[in-house]
Design a protein around this ligand. Structure first.
Ligand code: GDP
Ligand code: IMO
Ligand code: MG
Length: 422
């Protein structure tokens, strides 16, 4: 039992990467368990910003091992770019980055499909167009190409030939798009396999062996609870399980290995793309949160929709994930507000409810409690007691009403702006 999990407790972009980087110092191995390059994970160290899409956010800690688990869908072009960028900064990834042989690949065909599907569908999701939905669909259809497959050239060619023929048929006949030549896709994979050959392993075996040897493992989620394909606001979700089930499936670890589950939670809430969002603020407040919080997608650059903290959503995230601890991020962004609203319940069809009705979320009206804000800049605070009283009240209110122990507060983007709460 020396495995901790960090899960986004809202609609993604909670500041997971910053917290993963923080936890990494006390960990040996950091594992991404689902999603793909739709994720944009930002770590800031001494003012220098690093954004990761596939490589786990612990990679900046020397001597720590990072693993891309079987639940991840890997875009070879993005991963190569990330590896080469780190190498160009002088980092040696030998023995520091491993990739599951069972992770599925995202090919240009998947990205093209993602794009045309968004164009053709009437209820647009606002996907990141990184090919996520089509790649996970292929996995379920049992026609996906796995990392391990590409080292058997005959198998690779056979699978690729089938997949390209099938997708080109759709692209040309249904969507009137240009087909993809086999050579173009093969060339991408050819370059990729040369680079990663020594990084590919059986990750469940590796991780269980590491646990047996007393190593500590940190599991890194992408996206967040309310984007989960099963528990989120379907169809406005991603195509994987960012929740705890996904953490186990995407690594091969089991429930008995898990010691703590951190819910990474923003002190307000944001969402990118379409879908219901009860506490959204479309006016001045939303604009202020977006500007102060730098709420623009780390992957697509899209402005994030912003709103007030949502307790029914967090309570559901706690139940579904078994969250034991909360890391509350971006508290500094709320400085300067006279009043801070917080949704304590919803009204649905005239009745008050205190749970998260994911399928009827577009019909709920949030019921708010108003808490006094604080005016001071809190970025320099290094302990709970140095926060303004109103800020202390706000976080203790969240802790009490969510039922989750508050363990950490983040009050700035930089690694140093984090402190423990006792
Ligand atoms: P992730 O996807 O959950 O890893 O989060 P992102 O990296 O997409 O977005 C979080 C953004 O907020 C990034 O730009 C972080 O650098 C920044 N950030 C993280 N924690 C804090 C914080 O406590 N205060 C402020 N002001 N920014 C933060
Ligand atoms: P991180 O890991 C925020 C959203 C997209 C869209 C929906 C489906 O940085 O928190 P997809 O491309 O996955 O099919 O898009 O999910 N989305 C995210 N929103 N943070 C993310 O990742 C996201 N990854 C996907 O905006 O609404
Ligand atoms: Mg992000």
């Amino acid at each position: 039992m020396s495995c901790i999990v960090a899960i986004g407790a809202q609609w993604g972009d909670e500041g997971k990467a910053k917290m993963i980087d923080y936890f990494s110092k006390d960990t040996d191995i950091i594992v991404r368990y689902q999603g793909g390059a739709n994720a944009g994970h930002t770590v800031v160290v001494d003012g220098v910003k690093h954004v990761f899409h596939l490589i786990p956010s612990g990679i900046l800690h020397e001597g720590k091992v990072c693993v891309i688990g079987n639940g991840v869908v890997v875009d070879p072009e993005v991963l190569l770019e990330e590896i080469e960028l780190l190498e160009s900064k002088g980092m040696n990834l030998t023995g520091r980055l491993y990739i599951s042989d069972a992770a599925h690949l995202i090919l240009p065909l998947h990205k093209a499909f993602d794009e045309v599907m968004e164009e053709f569908r009437s209820n647009k999701i606002g996907t990141t167009k990184r090919g996520i939905g089509p790649a996970y669909s292929d996995k379920c259809l049992r026609i996906g190409l796995r990392v391990g497959d590409i080292f058997d050239n005959a198998l690779l060619k056979e699978k690729l030939d089938f997949d390209i023929k099938l997708k080109n048929l759709y692209l040309e006949k249904v969507f009137a798009r240009d087909p993809f030549p086999f050579e173009k896709i093969y060339a991408i994979i050819d370059r990729f396999r040369d680079k990663i050959r020594k990084m590919v392993i059986n990750t469940p075996h590796y991780l269980h062996t590491a646990l047996d040897a007393g190593k500590r493992i940190l599991l890194e989620g992408a996206q967040g609870f309310a984007l989960d394909i099963d528990h989120g606001t379907y169809p406005f979700v991603t195509s994987s399980n960012p929740t705890i089930g996904g953490a186990l499936l995407g690594t091969g670890l089991n429930t008995f290995n898990i010691e703590k589950i951190f819910g990474i939670t923003k002190a307000y809430i944001t969402r990118v793309g379409e879908g219901p969002f009860p506490t959204e603020e479309k006016g001045e407040i939303g604009e202020m949160l977006r500007t102060r919080g730098g709420e623009f997608g780390a992957t697509t650059g899209r402005p994030r929709r912003c709103g007030w903290f949502d307790l029914p959503l967090i309570r559901q995230a706690r139940r579904i994930n078994g969250i034991t601890d909360m890391a509350l991020t971006k508290l500094d962004v709320l400085s300067g507000l006279k009043t801070i609203k917080i949704a304590v319940a919803y009204r649905l069809d005239g009745k008050e409810i205190d749970y998260f009705p994911s399928a009827q979320l577009h019909r709920v009206e949030p019921l708010y409690e108003n808490l006094p804000g604080w005016q001071e800049d809190i970025a320099e605070c290094t302990e709970f007691n140095s926060l303004p009283k109103q800020a202390q009240n706000y976080v203790r209110y969240i802790e009490r009403e969510s039922g989750i122990k508050l363990s950490l507060i983040s009050n700035g983007a930089d690694r140093k702006n984090t402190f423990l709460v006792s």
